[in-house]
Design a protein around this ligand. Structure first.
Ligand code: PGA
Length: 267
């Protein structure tokens, strides 16, 4: 059995005091939940305060990104040991807002909005390998743009991103990796991917993991869906075979709506 995993990605939102207020409201709403893993990704500056506020609870905190080197002359970056030091247990890798096709930022191209920081499949792979050497659980994001979907390239894009991310990863490590299927066109748009289609593409990711690292690895890997997940569509998505959880943006900013999504993941 794969444990469901509901994670909230706050992106560039919430001050330290807002993060603390969220913890005070959210903690009690989910304190009895033992059958779902729960994570929150605040901005870096709130990680210590949120970890402390949620300390001893069933809610883990994570970093939205990191550089794969531990320390050195890398202005503006944060590393895995520093995230661990700040109280993080989780880390996001390759969120679509951090990626860019061919390493080129393309925030202004029609249909490609949402890929901002030029991250490549190569850097996603370097980060995953580094995360597997740390105590942090990585969530690796994959997903196609609207143009790629319209051109019929969804499966190829997702397969390729999955294979590239897993370069050099051992089968025995896959159980500690989480993938998130996030179609770029469904992120922050209110346009959720139809549940059957989300499940089908999550199945493509699972089959890709299985063909690269074996059937057992395919069975073990957890796959979240992300993209306009809300309390009113979560239950339908989370009931499907290949969807083991959700990566939630907008609806994770409010304690009650995020708690409702956690409840929807319960068996
Ligand atoms: P959304 O964001 O739920 O606001 O669509 C999801 C994400 O970017 O992880």
């Amino acid at each position: 059995m794969r444990t469901p995993f509901i994670a909230g990605n706050w992106k560039l939102n919430k001050t330290i005091s807002e993060a603390r207020a969220f913890a005070a409201e959210f903690g009690p709403l989910v304190q009895d939940v033992t059958d779902v893993q729960i994570g929150l990704f605040p901005v870096f500056t709130s990680i210590p305060a949120l970890s402390e506020a949620l300390g001893g609870s069933n809610v883990e905190v994570g970093g939205q990104d990191f550089y794969w080197k531990a320390s050195g002359a890398y202005t503006g970056e944060v590393s895995l040991p520093l995230l661990e030091d700040a109280g993080a247990k989780l880390v996001l890798i390759g969120h679509s807002e951090r990626r860019g096709r061919f390493g080129v930022p393309e925030p202004d191209l029609e249909g490609e909005a949402g890929r901002v920081f030029g991250e490549t499949d190569h850097s996603v792979n370097k980060k995953l390998l580094a995360a597997l050497g740390s105590s942090l659980t990585p969530i690796v994001c994959v997903g196609e743009t609207l143009t790629e979907r319209q051109n019929g390239h969804t499966d190829a894009v997702v397969e390729n991103q999955t294979v590239m991310a897993l370069d050099g990863v051992e089968a025995s490590q896959v159980a500690s990796i989480v993938f998130a299927y996030e179609p770029v066109w469904a992120i922050g748009t209110g346009e959720v991917c139809a549940a059957d289609e989300a499940n089908r593409v999550c199945g493509v990711i699972r089959a890709t993991v299985a063909s690269k690292l074996g059937a057992q690895a395919g069975e073990a890997v957890r796959i979240q869906y992300g993209g306009s997940v809300k309390p009113d569509n979560a239950r339908e998505l989370l009931a499907l075979e290949h969807i083991d959880g959700a990566l939630v943006g907008g609806a994770s900013l409010k304690a009650d709506s995020f708690a409702q999504i956690v409840q929807a993941a319960r068996g």
